[in-house]
Design a binder for this molecule. Structure first.
Ligand SMILES: [Zn+2]
Ligand SMILES: [Zn+2]
Length: 178
């Protein structure tokens, strides 16, 4: 009989502790994220023009970065694995949804993924304005789906490369990280 396996600490960075995400099967890197950290990430990306940072959870580039939703929400998110963290908040694992309506956009060989917070049950579709039931729109995370189109997005490229890459689709035009 095999001894029970220790839980896989996943991709937590060396020297960081981990927490158990909702569901108890995945460990998120437990990193502090202050307003100053958010501003430093924005300055690196848009002031200094640094190449896109690596997601602290899944390690991908081209999907992860600091984000803002006016007027107040400042956060960081990876649109490949759902790692999401508000300023001064704990890391969270968002859930991936697709509302397969006529107006839903695609980019990089897959429908766009709309990430929702763990307890959100419904939302207004940003494309067709219908009410979406999250339980009916859930998808596999691109990070968990070897056949997902986003698995083919080139990695460890420059910001110029990604700006050009994402400009090929209407919805992702103008982005450096999806
Ligand atoms: Zn990620
Ligand atoms: Zn819709």
């Amino acid at each position: 009989m095999q001894p029970a396996q220790a839980p896989d600490p996943g991709t937590a960075l060396p020297g960081t502790s981990t927490i158990v995400a909702a569901g108890g099967t995945h460990f998120l890197p437990q990193l502090p994220f202050s307003r100053a950290d958010w501003e430093a990430a924005c300055y690196a990306a848009f002031g200094e023009g640094r190449d896109p940072a690596t997601c602290p959870d899944c390690g991908r580039t081209g999907f992860y970065g600091p984000r803002i939703e006016e007027p107040e929400r400042r956060y960081r998110q990876c649109r490949f694995c759902g790692f999401t963290q508000e300023v001064d908040g704990p890391p969270q694992r968002y859930r991936p949804t697709v509302h397969r309506c006529a107006d839903w956009p695609s980019c990089a060989r897959a429908p766009y993924v709309w990430w929702v917070a763990p307890k959100v049950a419904t939302y207004r579709c940003p494309f067709c304005s219908e009410r979406v039931i999250v339980s009916k729109a859930l998808e596999k995370r691109p990070a968990d789906d070897p056949g997902h189109g986003w698995q083919h997005v080139p990695q460890r490229k420059s910001r110029f490369y990604y700006a050009e890459f994402w400009s090929k689709w209407e919805y992702s035009k103008g982005r450096v990280e999806l």
